[in-house]
Design a protein around this ligand. Structure first.
Ligand SMILES: [Zn+2]
Length: 244
């Protein structure tokens, strides 16, 4: 590792993705932090054009800086999608500086956006590990988990509702069976009830009751209105007389 003079406001240290450059002193927004340097490559020269590594930094269409040399401490600076520094490219001077775009506190890692081309070629295939992307991923994960929990609770509520409805239907069926049994025993002990029901032409006790009521309250069907009962008032009267 290259030796860095203690007057410099940074040091090389362990980062999440290997090594990185960290502030050792407060760095004010707008200040030049470090120069990104290395041999100049001329794309018009075949041997220069053939060089390929991750530290190539294009100045313009013709010139590229090969920052892979050991002395180029700026090559330790990692990429971030939400950086605290930027690359300040001076094509005419054939120089690149890394400049702070935020106030950087001691201990903070320094980073800049490597640009779309680098991102597409090297970071996208493996997934960007910068803080901003990690945070985004963590948030997405959390949201997905919350969504799953929500869906689960919804499913459980639905299943519970279904089970309740089923139990209710079962109870209702039971009650109905009980009622029927009761009716049968009543019919046996009370022959009059049976006579009344048959006289009305109705099959259930409930219907007989309704018929009798309609029969007494409104003897004649009101014109234009449907009367629910099938038996005529006269018939009901007869049945009532019989029952009495
Ligand atoms: Zn990122």
């Amino acid at each position: 590792m290259p030796v860095i003079p203690s007057t410099k406001p940074y040091r090389i240290g362990r980062s999440k993705t290997g090594l990185g450059l960290f502030a050792t002193q407060p760095i004010k927004k707008g200040t030049k932090i470090i120069r990104y340097f290395g041999p100049l490559l001329d794309s018009k020269k075949a041997e220069d054009d053939a060089i390929e590594n991750k530290y190539l930094f294009e100045l313009d269409n013709r010139w590229t800086i090969d920052g892979s040399v050991r002395e180029n401490v700026a090559r330790y600076i990692n990429h971030s999608c939400k950086p605290n520094a930027e690359s300040d490219v001076k094509p005419r001077k054939k120089k690149i500086f890394i400049r702070a775009i935020k106030n950087i506190a001691p201990g903070e890692e320094i980073n800049y956006d490597y640009g779309t081309d680098y991102f597409k070629a090297y970071l996208k295939p493996i997934g960007c590990k910068c803080d901003a992307c990690e945070k985004k991923r963590a948030k997405k994960k959390l949201e997905a988990r919350a969504e799953r929990a929500k869906q689960k609770a919804k499913d459980e509520r639905k299943a519970e509702k279904k089970a309740k409805a089923k139990a209710k239907a079962k109870d209702k069926a039971k009650d109905k069976a009980k009622d029927k049994a009761k009716d049968r025993s009543k019919d046996k002990t009370n022959p009059r009830a049976k006579t009344k029901a048959t006289a009305d032409g109705a099959t259930t006790r409930g219907k007989t009751k309704v018929n009798a009521k309609v029969g007494t309250k409104s003897r004649r069907p009101v014109a234009g209105k449907r009367v629910k009962t099938k038996s005529s008032p006269a018939k009901t009267l007869v049945s009532r007389a019989k029952a009495a």
